[in-house]
Write a protein that binds this ligand. Sequence first.
Ligand SMILES: Nc1ncnc2c1ncn2[C@@H]1O[C@H](COP(=O)(O)OP(=O)(O)OP(=O)(O)O)[C@@H](O)[C@H]1O
Ligand SMILES: [Mg+2]
Length: 247
Amino acid sequence: MSTPLLQTNDLQLAFGAVVVADHINFSLNQGERLAVIGQNGAGKTTFINICTGLIRPQAGRVFFEGKDVTELSPRAIALRGMVRSFQLPQLFTEHTVRDCIRIAAAGKRNRLGLWTPLAKAVDDDQVARILTMVGLDKRADELSGALPEGQRKLLDIAMALIMKPRLLILDEPTSGVSSDEKHGLMKTIMNALDAQKVTAIFVEHDVDIVSQYSTRVAAWIAGRIAADGTPEKVLADPEIRKNVIGE
Ligand SMILES: Nc1ncnc2c1ncn2[C@@H]1O[C@H](COP(=O)(O)OP(=O)(O)OP(=O)(O)O)[C@@H](O)[C@H]1O
Ligand SMILES: [Mg+2]
């Protein structure tokens, strides 16, 4: 069997008496579209924070493409190909949409290990291609801070994609977006991921979105993975329906 893209071995973390990672053993293969579900405070964002180096677990290890990344910085992990977006998009709001992409690309170092000057970070064609992919080409010269929420989300994802990740972890890509906009947003995101052949994990509360856009679902309850399998199986699981979906 090939090496999993992402693997966690027995992750454990508690904030005081609150257990947020309770022996998490998880693995993800290339090409999967994993939806992470769970009620508020279940530990979904914490799991992402541990995998991407923002928080250290008290025990356990994280492996990306077979290499132990548990002690690496978020930046070092991103440069290796595991990139995440935040629940609230982290944009450079005083800069144009185009410059946000350039700044994100400049975060990569060149062959000599030097920082890349902004103007040379990425060629204009590449910027145009990524903006077209997420439907922001017509807004390239507008300030990112002026975009409506759905487009801020897309810009955040475009900034992640310019890093050429192999795994993209999206923390609630559709939160803050009206329900009739959610499907359009998800379709755009999924098309961009397909075009770039990027494996993805996305946290999502909307069951309809989960069932339509994931190939696998993992359900978090109080820091543990309570169910993991196909969307049909997990979304029909009585424990998940009662304790996660809230029926
Ligand atoms: N740095 C921290 N210090 C103390 N407690 C924290 C910290 N970060 C998160 N928590 C707590 O850990 C628990 C899990 O939080 P987390 O953000 O992982 O939840 P979540 O599943 O992403 O929830 P949501 O759906 O609301 O985003 C919550 O009770 C939260 O208050
Ligand atoms: Mg969260």
